[in-house]
Design a protein around this ligand. Structure first.
Ligand SMILES: *[C@@H]1O[C@H](CO)[C@@H](O)[C@H](O)[C@H]1NC(C)=O
Ligand SMILES: *[C@@H]1O[C@H](CO)[C@@H](O)[C@H](O)[C@H]1NC(C)=O
Ligand SMILES: *[C@@H]1O[C@H](CO)[C@@H](O)[C@H](O)[C@H]1NC(C)=O
Ligand SMILES: *[C@@H]1O[C@H](CO)[C@@H](O)[C@H](O)[C@H]1NC(C)=O
Ligand SMILES: *[C@@H]1O[C@H](CO)[C@@H](O)[C@H](O)[C@H]1NC(C)=O
Length: 485
């Protein structure tokens, strides 16, 4: 008894000591204002918080439910252990930490452009340093419970302090703060309670850039209001340099990739400022964000159009990236590729990035593209050891449209014939084994994969159709259709 008491005390002290390592709790949006945290370009913590608030439900019992599964690596969440130095130590059974925000992780491409975009267009030591950390407990009845949320950051790259998080910039985020952000998502104007006096033009500028993401412009306006110029015209205008203006212009540029009906990459651009069109610009396709500017795959002039599209002959692959370049003319005779101006995010299909659960089994199905072909992944929880036996007669069908009947597939494969995926980052998803199948079917908008438990019945999962806009993008739908013959 005595021994246990001392041990208990020791543990209490340990956890108190580490609680102190956290700087404090952020209880409201106003608290975000007070800390110099993630306020400057290209920091992305405010976008991560907004994204999180938009993808959770907090119920009346203060329980958080997620639209995604952090333990499966969704959106690039990765396992962060249970005793990182900057966070309270977790005792066995009290959960594990999962971290979000590293743009080098495989799943992070599933995050929307508004979170990732700026990280492709900045080179500084502050790039890619912000993280959101969830404390996740798994329970029998519930898939998982999140009871703590933190925002934190790595040390700056030029500080040479390794890859740990910086405790001096680690804060707990209360559910109240997340709820406040959720409320903003349904608002058009800054609610009075924030007592923010923001210049109309400044707000309009934020809305021009972030207006397509509900609530984000308002969140930024409230948090950043003290750093934005209060008066427009006169002095404030004078300090805005030419290059500030150009940077602001550039943030309106949108460079996207979509799928042609032949599995090729289709470049779509919009928001190119007139200043650039007058000089001449082109869109250039690259394998990914790391490929150097000489190794382009395809290119096209934008032909003086603010917005437009170009169908390349390059098979679609995850990671492809469009960059906007100036065109350099040589005595009006020929042109070469000039300075780079802006980069799009690496290719992904966000709605499809999140696997759909196979009903009543610890497994899920994901549709993706590889070399222009439709492919599927099965995520099988390691604890589901009998999966090969259970799925002995199960198969995955590939359909050209969601309204094809069960036997109207283009191609199919047995689930047990999928091969185990080898990827360097899979230790980030320690609870799952991942199996893939490359089909021979050409990817195009509308393609869907479905999981059938038995030869001729029992559909147990269907993915969202490829690139089809769904109204509720963040809520992957599931289907329990039994498509009996
Ligand atoms: C993209 O590449 C640029 C230039 O190499 C780099 O600075 C930036 O951090 C990269 N962004 C991402 C998200 O990988
Ligand atoms: C480009 O691809 C899209 C989608 O497949 C198609 O609708 C469009 O007609 C194509 N444009 C050209 C010029 O081939
Ligand atoms: C399912 O199991 C049976 C024997 O139990 C075997 O003959 C059959 O080949 C298996 N099916 C698949 C798709 O592996
Ligand atoms: C259903 O599929 C057919 C082709 O099989 C297609 O012509 C039709 O547009 C589809 N309907 C919807 C609502 O997508
Ligand atoms: C699928 O295709 C990729 C590249 O095309 C290849 O590296 C991988 O080995 C293939 N996987 C299987 C299971 O055939």
């Amino acid at each position: 008894m005595v021994g246990r008491g001392i041990l208990g005390c020791f543990i209490l002290c340990l956890s108190l000591a580490s609680v102190c390592a956290v700087r404090g709790t952020l209880n409201s949006i106003k608290d975000l204002k007070g800390i110099q945290f993630g306020h400057t370009f290209p920091r992305h913590s405010l976008m991560l918080l907004h994204w999180l608030a938009d993808n959770i439900h907090i119920d009346n019992n203060n329980k958080m439910r997620l639209n995604f599964n952090p333990t499966r690596g969704d959106y690039g969440f990765h396992f962060y252990g249970n005793r990182p130095p900057s966070l309270p130590i977790l005792l066995p059974g009290s959960g594990s930490y999962y971290s979000l925000g590293n743009m080098n992780s495989f799943g992070s491409r599933g995050l929307p452009d508004y979170v990732t975009q700026r990280l492709y267009n900045s080179r500084g030591p502050e790039s890619n340093m912000d993280r959101v950390v969830l404390r996740v407990r798994e329970e029998e009845s519930n898939p998982f419970i999140v009871d703590e949320v933190y925002v934190t950051q790595h040390y700056r790259r030029n500080e040479n302090r390794g890859s740990a998080y910086d405790p001096a910039n680690t804060y707990r985020v209360s559910f109240n703060l997340l709820t406040q952000i959720q409320r903003l998502i349904c608002q058009n104007e800054i609610p009075r309670i924030y007592n923010v006096e923001i210049n109309h033009n400044s707000l309009q500028e934020l809305k021009n850039i972030w207006g397509h993401t509900p609530g984000l412009a308002l969140l930024l306006a409230i948090v950043l209001s003290f750093t934005l110029p209060k008066v427009k015209g006169g002095c404030a205008q004078a300090v805005e340099t030419q290059s500030d203006m150009e940077d602001k212009d550039n943030t309106l540029i949108k460079l996207e990739l979509k799928t042609t009906d032949r599995g090729k990459a289709r470049i779509i651009w919009s928001g190119i400022p007139k200043r650039l069109l007058d000089q001449g610009v082109m869109v250039v396709l690259h394998r990914n964000n790391n490929s150097d500017s000489k190794s382009e795959l395809d290119r096209s002039s934008v032909g003086g159009q603010t917005s437009g599209s170009y169908n390349t002959s390059v098979p679609l692959n995850p990671g492809l990236q469009v960059r906007l370049h100036k065109v350099t003319y040589w005595w009006g005779l020929w042109s070469t590729i000039g300075e780079e101006i802006w980069r799009g995010s690496e290719f992904h299909d966000a709605n499809r990035e999140i696997p759909v659960d196979i009903i009543r089994h610890d497994a899920s199905l994901q549709l993706f593209v590889k070399d222009g072909k439709a492919c599927a992944r099965l995520y099988v929880k390691k604890s589901f050891t009998a999966w090969k036996k259970t799925f002995n007669n199960s198969w995955v069908g590939f359909y050209s449209s969601h309204n094809k009947s069960m036997l109207n597939y283009n191609t199919w494969q047995w689930a047990v014939s999928f091969s185990m995926e080898k990827r360097s980052d899979l230790e980030d998803v320690p609870e799952y084994d991942i199996y893939v199948y490359n089909s021979s079917m050409v990817m195009s908008p509308g393609v869907q994969a479905r999981f059938m438990l038995q030869r001729r019945s029992s559909e147990a999962a269907r993915t969202l159709p490829w690139e089809r806009v769904v109204l509720s993008a963040t809520r992957p739908y599931q289907s329990g259709n039994t498509d009996e013959l």
